[in-house]
Design a protein around this ligand. Structure first.
Ligand SMILES: Nc1ncnc2c1ncn2[C@@H]1O[C@H](COP(=O)(O)OP(=O)(O)OP(=O)(O)O)[C@@H](O)[C@H]1O
Ligand SMILES: [Mg+2]
Length: 440
């Protein structure tokens, strides 16, 4: 019997500059980009399966048309364990899928979706929902910036694509069951909200079936604030808008319900008291509308929660993917710090003898024989990564900034000086977190 082999695929997303969107020839562009990736990127390592190329030599024919190229590897199981390869090496043994797109520059909109409250004469506005036209510049590069140890990003993307494909083909739910609901749960600051937004953007770029997309983010916590009288009306307004988008089958509509545990907490608290309150009415209306909206085949529902236990909500219960998003491991921390370092080198805040930091696999090999500035910096950065275990992604991305603000305040510092500042900032952060847990 013939065995099926699953070829690794390289997904290449070409983001066009605004000026080039009208008169670009897609086939010529693909040929030029292919030539560039196969010939000029032979020395570029691809780590954590994705890479975002933002600057191109002037002599490449597409430099004036292309804003960035994102390269994403979808490896099969045997490949994921193999040695670190360059982009050029991967190019030769993968299938290639191309996507060409432009970004919407418009700002997110929250018209009409603001809860205004008059609290003891003080006017206060609270945004409960915001919507974006996808793909948008605000989320560009977000997917690539998120680092996870497991293949969580690849799994989410293939799950969501399959779910949308099944609903598009009208697969009978009674025969093959599949809900378009995702739940990401885990500790604060681990990238759940960012990952949901980045996923919505990715789906829009990858799924040629849709002309464009919309993301509606609903903050359950603000919606269920004390001003319930207005919340009921707002729920209606939010869902009228979502439904209007969903009726257009060429649009992919992603609904992100952030901090979804607020809904179940509000309901169970109100149910315990004797009278049904506004809170119960609002939550019930919300859940009914969600169930209705889910029936549109082009709607994807993403939910996030800080509560890792059971969430008492039927629609979350039916989520096909419930993914725990944890704190980054040491290799992931190193990868995050490395990206921060490279960014600070790019803008000249760090300068001097070290112009880049080693990729993790190169670093492992470097311990035995390399002693130059790059190897020393990279090895120290790895040591600081070990020291930073337990921090959330949010804290890690802030620490290079704090290091500069507290201990440097100047431009053009040597990498070794920056490393020392980062070490101090990490120790300070650790101390603060320990003090916080002691006072709890
Ligand atoms: N795994 C990660 N890799 C890289 N950056 C990360 C990671 N996790 C979090 N971050 C950074 O932290 C920031 C905050 O993440 P985000 O708000 O999405 O977290 P969250 O899990 O939704 O937090 P909360 O539970 O408090 O709502 C992101 O913008 C991102 O820069
Ligand atoms: Mg969040």
């Amino acid at each position: 019997m013939a065995t099926m082999t699953c070829h690794p695929t390289m997904h290449i997303e070409i983001c066009l500059k605004d000026s080039a969107r009208k008169d670009v020839s897609y086939s010529e562009l693909r040929t030029e980009v292919s030539r560039h990736l196969s010939l000029h990127c032979s020395g570029l390592y691809i780590s954590h399966c994705n890479l975002l190329l933002k600057s191109f030599d002037r002599d490449t024919n597409f430099a004036d048309k292309v804003k960035s190229i994102s390269v994403d590897l979808e490896l099969n199981d045997s490949e994921s364990e193999s040695r670190l390869k360059t982009l050029g090496e991967h190019w030769k043994c993968t299938r290639h899928s191309f996507y060409v797109f432009g970004l919407n520059e418009s700002m997110p909109s929250s018209d009409d979706l603001v809860l205004s409250c008059n609290k003891e004469e003080e006017e206060e506005d609270m945004t409960v929902a915001t919507h974006w036209r996808l793909p948008c510049s605000e989320f560009h590069g977000l997917w690539e910036s998120l680092v996870y140890d497991s293949s969580v990003k690849a799994q989410l993307l293939s799950y969501a694509s399959t779910a949308l494909l099944f609903s598009d083909r009208d697969v009978d739910q009674h025969i093959v069951s599949c809900n378009r609901v995702i739940l990401l749960h885990g500790p604060p600051g681990t990238g759940k909200t960012s990952l949901s937004k980045a996923l919505a953007q990715k789906l829009c770029v990858r799924m040629g079936r849709y002309r464009s997309g919309r993301l509606m983010e609903i903050n359950s916590h603000s919606l269920l604030s004390k001003w319930f009288a207005e919340s009921g009306k707002l729920v209606n307004r939010i869902f009228e808008e979502i439904e209007k988008f969903a009726q257009n089958s060429e649009l992919l509509v992603c609904v992100l319900i952030d901090e979804v545990e607020s809904l179940s907490a509000a309901r169970s608290a109100a149910i315990k008291s004797t009278e049904p309150t506004d809170a119960v009415r609002v939550v019930n209306a919300f859940l009914t509308r969600i169930d209705k909206i889910k029936k549109y085949p082009n709607v994807m529902i993403m939910t996030t929660s800080n509560v890792t236990g059971a969430i008492d909500l039927a629609f979350v219960d039916r989520a096909d993917i419930k993914h725990y998003i944890g704190k980054p491991s040491v290799p992931a921390i190193y990868h995050i710090y490395r990206s921060c370092f490279e960014e600070l080198i790019r803008v000249g805040i760090i300068s001097g003898s070290c112009s880049s930091v080693l990729e993790l696999r190169e670093l492992e090999e470097s311990f035995s024989y390399k002693r130059d500035a790059q190897a020393t910096t990279s090895q120290s950065l790895y040591e600081i990564s070990r020291l930073s275990e337990g921090f959330s992604g949010r804290t890690l991305r802030k620490l290079p900034f704090l290091a500069h603000a507290f201990y440097l305040k100047s431009v053009g510092v040597e990498s070794s000086v920056f490393i020392e500042a980062l070490r101090k900032a990490v120790l300070k952060q650790k101390k603060e977190e320990e003090e916080l847990t002691h006072t709890d």
